[in-house]
Design a protein around this ligand. Structure first.
Ligand code: FAD
Length: 389
């Protein structure tokens, strides 16, 4: 694959850069994710400018462009330090799964407000007894007349406190073997019997939640696939989660390493300039070099995606390497700040930017598959080693 922009891609990149200069001129890193309403407004601005659903087929409201355009979008917005999209679970996981498995009615009803950020989605996969081992899901759905009755509990569900819809993995056949008894529902989060309890993370933000379902009635036609297809549908979601997020992750790491270089050139409150220290220069160079390797691994994933339309298992490599690199980079930034690294909020360097990311990065090696689980996937499905179980 030739990685250089074609003339049309270069024009798209230039147009996007101009748009970002006008709409996202500031480039000042500050702590925190930003309040949801300002994120929603930003997400809508992106949508109205045509930068959401770039690769989605035109019949579903997208622009029908190749994945290389999405990669350009992610590179340019990350380089500019633009904030993320509020509907990230909808865009990257629920949407592609509904496109792959949904009925035309489900697609017509659900995809337009997902793209425009009028409806937010969350992912209800994990449970207290089912995280890495999704096959152990115990939340049940029982068919009664024209609806499913859902009972159970989910946990760690990001954005559930803001969500209108949930992609929910449930057990519909308690007698079938583990994975065979699962099904995949699209659940209206405003239904009676849905209770969301935010969990405060180490960052202080309540970004993820517990969700309790008590006799929740879900219309019988709200399933993706048939009863018992839940595992296969969920795999579509997870491949997209790890695969299409690859570019976002590489671009985000590039941005963090750029900022690390910027920080190293700055004079710290104790009068030191970290870049004067050869050990710091060496550590930054090591992370930068690894980023280049990750970038090309990511291009390899992009090649699979462009050829097949489906992310390959090598997306797990990007997620694994990125998450561990991000933890090292944020730790290095705080070391560079010296004693000032212990301050957060007022008086801290860059308004607590690195403090926030250091704490948030702890979850990077857990969310979307833990590092141990990803190493198993890489060993078995990318390298072709014998199965562990
Ligand atoms: C910030 C964040 C956001 C999240 N958002 C969501 C969300 O929106 N929706 C959602 O459904 N979930 C979400 N999760 C949950 C996440 O998917 C789970 O935490 C993850 O899958 C691990 O499951 P667990 O926490 O139950 O740990 P467990 O699966 O119990 O794992 C415990 C430990 O055992 C190890 N382990 C488990 N199985 C194996 C194995 N086969 N081989 C080797 N080691 C193993 C793990 O690596 C880990 O170290 C989120 C998590 C975080 C941190």
């Amino acid at each position: 694959m030739d990685f250089r922009d074609t003339a049309a891609e270069a024009a798209f990149r230039a147009e996007l850069r101009d748009w970002l200069t006008e709409h996202h001129p500031e480039d000042t890193p500050t702590g925190g994710r930003g309040d949801p309403e300002s994120l929603r407004a930003w997400s809508k601005e992106l949508y109205e400018a045509g930068y959401i659903g770039i690769t989605w087929p035109k019949e579903y409201g997208g622009r029908g462009l190749p994945y290389t355009y999405q990669a350009i979008y992610l590179e340019e917005t990350a380089r500019r330090g633009a904030r993320g999209h509020l509907g990230t679970i909808g865009l990257n996981m629920a949407g592609p799964t509904i496109i792959a498995w949904g009925s035309p009615e489900q697609q017509r009803r659900l995809l337009p407000p997902l793209l425009s950020c009028d409806e937010i989605w969350c992912q209800g996969f994990s449970e207290p007894g089912a995280g890495s081992d999704l096959g152990s899901v115990r939340t049940t759905a029982v068919a009664e007349g024209d609806h499913w009755v859902v009972n159970g509990q989910k946990v760690w569900s990001s954005f559930a406190h803001l969500a209108d819809w949930c992609i929910l993995v449930v057990r519909t056949d308690p007698d079938a073997a583990k994975h065979a008894g699962l099904s995949f529902l699209l659940v209206d989060m405003h239904s009676p019997g849905v209770e969301v309890r935010p969990l405060t993370q180490i960052t202080g933000d309540p970004e993820f939640n517990e969700i309790f379902f008590t006799d929740v009635h879900v219309p019988i036609d709200s399933m993706l696939g048939k009863p018992g297809d839940g595992w296969r549908v969920a795999m579509t979601t997870l491949l997209h989660e790890r695969g299409t997020l690859g570019f976002l992750l590489v671009a985000a790491l590039e941005r963090q390493i750029d900022l690390l270089v910027r920080l190293s050139r700055q004079t710290m409150p104790d009068g030191r300039r970290p870049a004067d220290d050869p050990i710091v220069r060496d550590a930054i160079a090591r992370e930068w070099t690894l980023l280049q390797a990750l970038r090309f691994t990511n291009y390899r994933s992009l090649t699979t995606l462009v050829k097949t339309g489906i992310p390959g298992p090598e997306g797990s490599v990007n997620k694994l390497v990125w998450s561990e690199a991000h933890q090292r980079v944020t730790a290095l930034a705080l070391e560079m700040e010296g004693l000032a690294g212990q301050l957060d909020g007022g008086g801290s360097v860059w308004d607590g930017y690195w403090q926030y990311h250091r704490l948030r990065s702890r979850g990077n090696t857990i969310e979307a598959g833990t590092s141990e689980v990803l190493r198993n996937i890489i060993a078995e499905r990318v390298v072709g080693l014998p199965r562990s179980r």
